[in-house]
Write a protein that binds this ligand. Structure first.
Ligand code: BEZ
Length: 260
């Protein structure tokens, strides 16, 4: 198997995630400030990945549990922080009842199209008075990248297929309404443009596409994948490559919602 074919099999490879995409947790450090965990509070880190933010929350004195649906991530989280509590759990079916003072989630909810199921589980898992603090991709997140992917696939002879798009990027209105429908009080919501530098210089965009957008390319042969990735880079280079660094055109929602 050549490199491109092998790379596309690497989604949720925890070592690659930590070595080439560490910006994901680094950029969310101030989301933890929004959560503002207090000593001995019981906190759930929903979609904890390799555990770096779980650790940050624990270091502030809270009792924290990290969950992720990817066993590879939980395995790595346990290696990174053996003293912390991690488990493989699907966010669509949270098994907790009135257990947590706070539920925290960074860069995960855009992977789950069944948003309502997640919100229902979060509501059940929070104690009355508990808070839900989250950041994820909002409306028009990575719009330029998605548009370049669609155009490159079209040129390669693969017509648009919305089923291949793995992401849920709601507007504040849409997501806020869902939270309110399920009894939450929305106390803070914002949608911010965040042009985000990718690691690894010239390789940055290819790494990002292979880690996060691989679903779009599964039908392609290895040769088609190489040509298509190059086409996407060519389209994006004028706007998203500056001073030897690739950027992703992130647009992130942040919310705080209270369970009455
Ligand atoms: C994001 O963090 O916004 C994101 C990451 C991967 C794919 C799509 C969006």
């Amino acid at each position: 198997m050549d490199n491109t074919a092998a790379d596309f099999k690497n989604q949720w490879n925890a070592e690659l995630y930590d070595s080439k995409h560490s910006f994901v947790s680094e950029l969310a450090a101030n989301l933890v400030e929004l959560l503002s965990p207090k000593p001995r509070e019981c906190i759930l880190d929903l979609g904890c990945g390799t555990g770096h933010l779980t650790h940050k929350i624990a270091s502030l004195g809270a009792e924290v549990m990290g969950i992720d649906s990817a066993p590879t991530m939980i395995e790595q989280a346990r290696k990174n922080y053996p003293h912390l509590d991690f488990d493989v759990v699907n966010a669509r079916n949270l098994p907790f009842t009135e257990k947590f003072d706070g539920i925290f989630s960074n860069a995960v909810l855009h992977w789950i199209k069944e948003a309502e199921e997640v919100i229902i589980g979060i509501n059940k898992a929070l104690k009355p008075g508990g808070r839900f603090v989250a950041e994820f991709g909002g409306k028009d997140n990575v719009k330029a990248i998605v548009s370049a992917i669609s155009s490159a696939l079209q040129k390669a002879g693969y017509p648009a297929d919305t089923a291949l798009n793995p992401w849920y990027f709601p507007s504040i209105g849409e997501y806020g309404s869902l939270l309110e429908k399920h009894g939450f009080h929305l106390t803070f919501a914002t949608l911010v443009e965040r042009l985000t530098p990718l690691e690894d210089g010239e390789q940055g965009m290819q790494n990002w596409l292979k880690m996060f957008a691989n679903n779009f390319f599964k039908r392609l042969s290895t040769d088609e994948q190489i040509t298509t990735l190059a086409d996407i880079e060519n389209q994006l280079r004028p706007t998203l490559y500056k001073n030897d660094t690739w950027f992703a055109d992130y647009r992130r929602i942040r919310v705080i919602a209270m369970k009455p």
